[in-house]
Ligand binder design. Structure first.
Ligand SMILES: Nc1nc2c(ncn2[C@@H]2O[C@H](COP(=O)(O)OP(=O)(O)OP(=O)(O)O)[C@@H](O)[C@H]2O)c(=O)[nH]1
Ligand SMILES: [Mg+2]
Length: 381
């Protein structure tokens, strides 16, 4: 349930608005920024280190999927190649030319790949980090950009170490991480972070840690873009997607009530159904439950509780609104109207607002739960 405190906090900016039009514009601008803000990720490293595999996995693609970067073939290109996220055109992952040693000149390299366009760089090494990696990192820092060290192909290292007696996964990973960090420190990097990853088993090792770190350092809108675009492959990501989408509900509900709202037959509310439908589709897409990309999801449909997985249409949305509308209490309506006086200017505003925000919250909960169940089954496989 949307609490009134949530609404109060999320709609803080609007409460200060002078009129309905400026409040609507403010929210539209906010939501548009989230939809269209570009995120550019540069993936770099030496030849064969796993750059292209990472570019694919970061977008939720396997090497054989349509739109995947070619892997396993030595390339000699000097130009960065852009790969657009299959669902979010504003998310661009760049497969950068391999770092060539010896005589690597990081400043030339960064000019050549047009460093200014990237929000951050992933510096990949499939083994030890070398001088060329730290030289590049220092130059990236000097240019005022962020970078993250990723030790790729960690699955291979683990497979080799597993053969040893008394093998302990956590201890082994901790040791590898520490060794990498110490190596980087010796080469002049202060407080380095290293993320152990496998492009073939992206959700298995340090993906959550890497995401947490990147998220901390990105501006608000880009943070939102990143979490929606990440493939839903860990329980933590599932939860973070839910939280990110939840944060928008007050704003979306406000728009539904204020923009071209049409009375819903049989209910004492007026809302814009198209906005609700678009939001629900966004939920499905973010969790990877939409039909177009969720091939494996088809097989798992019997696990899903949300009625929406059979298709999002007007009748279904009206049914959901209708069920929720009965639960909205008069006291709550009065309270919301006191928080958002602009809504009070619309005849059925308070009740419509609460009905929509509660409906979206309920749908998001169900969809996130369904996605979690599907994910847990796929993790067991
Ligand atoms: N086991 C394992 N193999 C990987 C991983 N990442 C990449 N590979 C394999 O390593 C080889 C090289 O991977 P690519 O992704 O093509 O490496 P690259 O850095 O793009 O190579 P170039 O474009 O030639 O510089 C391929 O055969 C990949 O399948 C990983 O995390 N685990
Ligand atoms: Mg490549």
């Amino acid at each position: 349930m949307a609490t009134f405190e949530d609404a109060q906090e999320d709609l803080e900016g609007i409460r200060g608005s002078l009129d309905l039009r400026s409040a609507i514009n403010m929210i539209k601008d906010f939501l548009n920024l989230q939809n269209f803000e570009e995120l550019n990720v540069g993936v770099t490293g030496k030849s064969r280190s796993g750059k292209s595999t990472f570019v694919n996995a970061f977008r939720g693609l396997g090497d054989d999927d349509e739109g995947a970067a070619v892997t396993g073939v030595v390339k000699t290109t000097k130009d960065p190649k852009v790969y657009i996220h299959p669902k979010y055109n504003n998310v661009k992952v760049w497969d950068l030319p391999a770092i060539r040693t010896p005589r690597f000149k990081p400043s030339e390299y960064l000019q050549q790949v047009q460093f200014e366009r990237y929000d951050f760089f992933i510096i990949i090494a499939s083994n030890r980090f070398k001088k060329c990696h730290t030289k590049l990192a220092k130059e990236i820092m000097r240019m005022g950009k962020k970078f993250y060290f990723v030790h790729s192909k960690i699955d291979c290292t683990i497979t080799a170490k597993k053969k040893k007696k008394n093998f302990d996964l956590k201890k082994t990973l901790d040791t590898i991480r520490e060794d990498c960090k110490n190596g980087l420190k010796k080469m002049g990097i202060d407080n380095p972070d290293v993320f152990l990853m496998s492009g073939l088993k992206m959700g298995k090792y340090d993906l959550n840690l890497l995401h947490e770190m990147i998220e901390k350092e990105l501006p608000q809108h880009k943070r939102h873009v990143l979490i929606l675009a990440l493939p839903n492959i860990t329980l933590e990501i599932n939860e973070r997607k839910k939280k990110a989408l939840e944060k928008n509900i007050s704003k979306v509900a406000f728009l539904c009530v204020c923009m071209n709202a049409i009375p819903v037959p049989g209910l004492s509310i007026a809302v814009n159904l198209a906005i609700i439908a678009a939001e629900l589709k966004k939920y499905y897409s973010a969790f990877g439950l939409d039909d177009k990309y969720g091939k494996t999801v088809e097989k798992l449909k019997n696990l899903m509780k949300s009625p929406l997985h059979n298709g999002i249409n007007t009748k279904l949305i009206t049914d959901l609104l209708s069920a929720e509308s009965l639960l909205v209490l008069r006291d709550a309506v009065t309270f919301v109207l006191s928080l958002i006086p602009i809504v009070a200017s619309l005849v059925t505003g308070g009740k419509s607002y609460l009905t929509v925000s509660n409906t979206l919250k309920g749908a998001l909960n169900d969809i996130a739960e369904d996605a979690k169940n599907v994910l847990m089954v796929s993790l067991e496989c």
